[in-house]
Design a binder for this molecule. Structure first.
Ligand code: PEP
Ligand code: MN
Length: 275
């Protein structure tokens, strides 16, 4: 994954002509979890309307408590397929284990490996043998070097299409859920040819901090954003407090377009708008 080995930046190609790691900033948005058909379709329509190109939502959820909502599993993947059919959005969703990987790889356009699995080396090796791009999130207490070595596991197995994600590391202050390490973006860009996006939702834990940190991440050179948006955050089954209201996300997209433009980039638009 190092620039010593490959000097030019990797561009991860997605269906529909999108590329992560080029001039465009890719915005992935949606709820933390797939909760119901109604919820995921409403979420997909609203983020698509505001200009997102990838729908995020978990069907297999890594929850801190075993008594919290664990996700809809395979049924959730089917609902994501329906949302893609209706909106044309690409899908990023998490695989937590080998069985989940087999199911997720069938459906997803990007397979997510969550923070808690960043050092699950057998899962990383499996991700290296699939034909889909992988979104690898930084572990809760992982150094940048450890993140890059985890990505190395995937590339070493033959999958060059890895996108890294800064999502905050454990801090000491409960005022933020995590400490979103935006300096990781230029550090990774210096050390590695791989693209890196930012997740200001898990990085901060509070919706009021998501907008400023999303803009800061793009200004710092992030190749994309992963943002939680829910049609009715107050009723979300997971991560409601950090989920944006649809109107907040709409405003965020407008502001992020301006930031991207200011640094010579642009936000990728849905196909119909691009054409
Ligand atoms: C997520 O993005 O759905 C998620 C669970 O995030 P993380 O793995 O970063 O906690
Ligand atoms: Mn979440």
């Amino acid at each position: 994954v190092s620039r010593e080995w490959k000097a030019e930046s990797t561009r991860v190609r997605l269906p529909g002509g999108l590329t992560i790691g080029g001039e465009e900033v890719i915005v992935m948005a949606g709820p933390c979890s797939v909760e119901s058909e109604r919820q995921i379709l409403a979420a997909a329509r609203t983020v698509r309307e505001s200009g997102a190109t990838v729908l995020r939502a978990g069907a297999f959820k890594p929850r801190s408590s075993p008594y919290s909502f664990q996700g809809l599993g395979r049924a959730g993947l089917e609902l994501l397929a329906r949302a893609r059919e209706e909106t044309g959005l690409l899908i990023v969703t998490e695989a937590m284990d080998a069985e989940g990987m087999a199911a997720v790889v069938e459906l997803a356009d990007i397979v997510q490996i969550g923070a808690r699995n960043m050092q699950n080396y057998s899962l990383l090796k499996l991700a290296g043998r699939i034909q889909k791009p992988v979104l690898l999130k930084r572990g809760l207490s992982a150094t940048i070097q450890e993140l890059l070595l985890s990505a190395e596991y995937i590339l070493a197995e033959g999958n060059p299409n890895v996108v890294l994600c800064e999502r905050g590391v454990r801090g000491f202050d409960p005022a933020t859920r995590n400490l979103l390490d935006l300096s990781a973006i230029p550090v990774v860009h210096g050390l590695s040819h791989l693209p890196i996006i930012a997740d200001p939702s898990h990085g901060t834990g509070h919706r009021d901090m998501v907008m400023p940190m999303a803009k800061a991440a793009v200004a710092a050179g992030a190749d994309g954003l992963l943002v939680e948006v829910h049609p009715t955050p107050d009723r979300a089954l997971s991560d409601g407090a950090q989920s944006l209201y649809p109107e907040q996300f709409d405003r965020l997209m407008k502001e992020v377009r301006l930031i991207a433009e200011a640094i010579g980039r642009r936000v990728a638009e849905p196909a119909e708008i691009r054409a």
